[in-house]
Design a protein around this ligand. Structure first.
Ligand code: ZN
Length: 149
């Protein structure tokens, strides 16, 4: 893993100065059966107008017992939104048509994956954004910082 990461970083340096939308504007994150994301932060380039995010559930448990989604909100809003999402219930565990939701995937179960594309042109580079899973009981364990730089 470490070696691959280092190679990827070198490749990134080699191509610095070129905009590579595929790499800079695409994100991948995994969730597992232990209520964990595999990343505590995600970074995208401020040059991206749209970001494509793929959530992969690498566990085996069904969506009704170990569902995961990936939702994005501001640092100020995300915790209350997560609590309101739990109250909203299945299938999305997010309030409907809520302006605090910047982006959100479907809720998936083990062995599934889902991809969304969303617009970040209205967000502030350097602003404080958080991603989380809104499945009941998960947000305090499954969250991280979304960085635009
Ligand atoms: Zn979850």
């Amino acid at each position: 893993m470490t070696r691959n990461f280092a190679l990827a970083a070198l490749a990134g340096l080699a191509f610095s100065g070129q905009v590579n939308a595929q790499d800079e504007c695409s994100l991948r994150i995994e969730g597992n059966d232990q209520i964990e994301f595999n990343k505590e932060e995600l970074t995208v380039s401020a040059s991206c107008s749209e970001v494509t995010l793929t959530l992969v559930h690498v566990g085996e448990l069904e969506a009704n017992v170990m569902g995961h989604n990936w939702a994005l909100s501001t640092q100020a809003d995300w915790e209350q939104l997560a609590m309101d999402g739990q109250a909203a219930g299945a299938p999305d565990y997010l309030p409907e048509d809520d302006d605090r939701v910047i982006a959100a995937t479907d809720v998936i179960g083990g062995g599934e994956q889902t991809t969304i594309t969303f617009d970040i042109s209205g967000l502030d580079p350097g602003g404080s954004y958080m991603f989380f899973c809104s499945f009941p009981g998960h947000y305090s364990l499954m969250n991280g910082e979304f960085i635009i730089e």
